[in-house]
Write a protein that binds this ligand. Structure first.
Ligand code: 5RP
Length: 273
C-alpha cells in the first residue's frame, strides 16, 4: 500500500479502531433534528471522535478549517426523502474538490438489491478508480434506504463482500443481532458499524456497538444516537471508551451516567479526553 493511502487510513483508524461522527444526514433528509446547526452540534463532540463524515457543503459552512480532525467526505447523493427513489444516487463531488478540501477519505452509498444496484455499484467502481490514483480511501456504505428490514446477516454479508471486491478500502454496514460475525468474516476489508434511528435507551446503543466490535468490526460511524441524545457529550465519551478502550456496555453506561449533565451543569466530564 502506498504511503499516502496508509497514512490516511492510520489517521482515520488510530490503533486500528475508529469512531466516525456521522453528520451527513442533510444530504437527503434536510435539517435533521439535532443537526439544524451542524457546526454547533459537533463542536463539543470533536475531542471524542476520530473523524467527521459530512458533505462539502457542511464542511465549508460549518467546520472550522483550523481543526485537525480528519474528514471523510460524503460524495454520493442527488436524491431526497420526498423524491421517487433514495437509491438513485450519483457521484456529487469531483476528485479536484476532494483533494482541495483535503479529505482523508470519501464515503459513497450503494443500494444492492434495488432498482439502482448496477448504477450505484458503477458509481463505487468509478470512484475507486479515481481515488486510488491519489491514495484516497473509499468507504462504501451498504445503504438500505427506507427498507430497514433488509438489515440481516445474509444480505449484509453479500453487500460487504461485493463492495470490497469492487475496491472499497473500508465498508460501513449495519450491525445485526444474529450472525454479525459472518458479515465481518466474509469481508476482506475493515467493517465499520453504522448507526440507524435513535434507540430507546443508551444501554441498547452500547450493547450493539460492543457486540459489533467483539465480532470483528473496527469501529463505528454513528450520528443520531449521539447528537440526538440530550447528553451527547456523555454519549460520545462512553462510545469512545468501547471503541478504543474495550469498555463493556456496563462500563460505558457508568461513564455515561458519570458524565451526563446535571441541573448544575456537567458532572465529572473529563475535558482532557
Ligand atoms: C446516511 C448515512 C449516515 O452517515 C449513517 O446513517 C449514520 O448515521 P446514523 O447513526 O444517524 O444512522 O450514511 O446515509
Amino acid at each position: 500500500m502506498d504511503w499516502g493511502m496508509s497514512h490516511r487510513l492510520n489517521q482515520l483508524m488510530p490503533g486500528g479502531r475508529c469512531f466516525f461522527m456521522a453528520m451527513d444526514h442533510g444530504y437527503f433528509q434536510g435539517p435533521t433534528t439535532g443537526l439544524e446547526k451542524p457546526g454547533e452540534t459537533v463542536k463539543p463532540l470533536l475531542p471524542y471522535v476520530d473523524a467527521l463524515f459530512c458533505t462539502r457543503g457542511v464542511l465549508r459552512s460549518s467546520i472550522d478549517p483550523s481543526s485537525s480532525k480528519p474528514i471523510i467526505l460524503r460524495v454520493s447523493g442527488g436524491t431526497s426523502m420526498v423524491g421517487k427513489d433514495l437509491a438513485n444516487e450519483v457521484i456529487t463531488t469531483s476528485i479536484e474538490e476532494i483533494i482541495r478540501l483535503n479529505a482523508s477519505a470519501v464515503g459513497i452509498s450503494v443500494f444492492i438489491g434495488s432498482d439502482y444496484e448496477k448504477e450505484t455499484l458503477k458509481n463505487l467502481s468509478e470512484l475507486v478508480n479515481t481515488c486510488e490514483d491519489y491514495g484516497i480511501p473509499v468507504m462504501a456504505i451498504t445503504a438500505v434506504g427506507k427498507e430497514l428490514e433488509k438489515r440481516e446477516a445474509r444480505y449484509l454479508a453479500l453487500c460487504c463482500r461485493i463492495v470490497a471486491e469492487l475496491g472499497a478500502r473500508a465498508v460501513k454496514t449495519y450491525w445485526c443481532e444474529k450472525d454479525f460475525e459472518k458479515v465481518v468474516r466474509g469481508c476482506p476489508v475493515p467493517v465499520v458499524v453504522a448507526g440507524g434511528p435513535k434507540c430507546e435507551t443508551e444501554l441498547e446503543v452500547f450493547e450493539f456497538v460492543y457486540d459489533g466490535i467483539q465480532k470483528g468490526a473496527v469501529g463505528i460511524n454513528l450520528g443520531r444516537n449521539v447528537w440526538q441524545n440530550p447528553n451527547a457529550e456523555a454519549m460520545a465519551k462512553a462510545l469512545r471508551a468501547i471503541v478504543h478502550d474495550n469498555a463493556t456496555p456496563k462500563q460505558a453506561h457508568d461513564i455515561f451516567n458519570g458524565s451526563k449533565k446535571t441541573h448544575h451543569g456537567y458532572s465529572k466530564v473529563d475535558v482532557s479526553v
